[in-house]
Design a binder for this molecule. Structure first.
Ligand SMILES: Nc1ncnc2c1ncn2[C@@H]1O[C@H](COP(=O)(O)OP(=O)(O)OP(=O)(O)O)[C@@H](O)[C@H]1O
Ligand SMILES: [Mg+2]
Length: 186
């Protein structure tokens, strides 16, 4: 709990290491398949052009697991979970509303599910600490506020939450440390 509160207040020390997101996501794919079980189709899209990025590995894994567990909860009868990473270039206009974010090269991690999605009314609240639509004892409402705190502490912009069709998608973005070619199609 202390770690979680520190992460929320963005005061936790980050242990930055170089991360190959394809390798990270394929390792997590195995774990997620075992954890979620047969009802879930876990699909990791490999993208060899994604830059190596710098982040706290344990916290990044934790953030992705939080998103995957939310996806599972949104698909009680099973469904598809898709993970991928890609390069993102943010220019001055992109970061204009986020004063502590520097324009430049970032890597986005995208987690998408085929679940019920988030209602228009709840969408602005999902990153708030303690916001949950789950039954008492099931959700604490901390998962996404942790993801938010971590993405911001890592130098990335606000994670994006989208209602794409019936599912939803989030991006946790963090600084890229290596140049490479852009990614297509996401
Ligand atoms: N993939 C998703 N699909 C639909 N709704 C979602 C999804 N992810 C989050 N939500 C909504 O956002 C709320 C907040 O998510 P968050 O992860 O912060 O808390 P939680 O999952 O309810 O609890 P905890 O993560 O602490 O167990 C959820 O209760 C749910 O209503
Ligand atoms: Mg959660």
């Amino acid at each position: 709990m202390t770690q979680r509160l520190l992460a929320l207040s963005r005061k936790q020390a980050l242990n930055l290491v170089a991360i190959d997101t394809d390798r990270l996501l394929s390792n997590l794919e195995v774990l997620l398949k075992l954890t979620l079980g047969e009802k879930y189709d876990v699909d990791v899209a490999m993208n060899p052009t994604t830059w190596t990025c710098e982040a706290d590995l344990a916290q990044l894994e934790n953030a992705i697991l939080n998103l995957a567990l939310n996806a599972r909860d949104a698909m009680p009868r099973g469904g598809e979970l898709r993970l991928e990473a890609c390069n993102v270039e943010l220019d001055e206009a992109d970061v204009a509303t986020q004063p502590d974010v520097v324009a430049g090269s970032y890597v986005a991690i995208i987690v998408r599910d085929s679940g019920v999605g988030i209602s228009r009314e709840n969408l602005p609240k999902v990153f708030d600490p303690f916001f949950t639509t789950k039954d008492v004892g099931k959700g604490t409402g901390f998962g996404l506020s942790m993801v938010y705190g971590f993405a911001r502490q890592s130098g990335g912009p606000r994670p994006d939450r989208k209602r794409a069709g019936s599912g939803d998608e989030r991006k946790a973005v963090r600084a890229a440390v290596e140049e490479g070619s852009g990614c297509g199609g996401s």
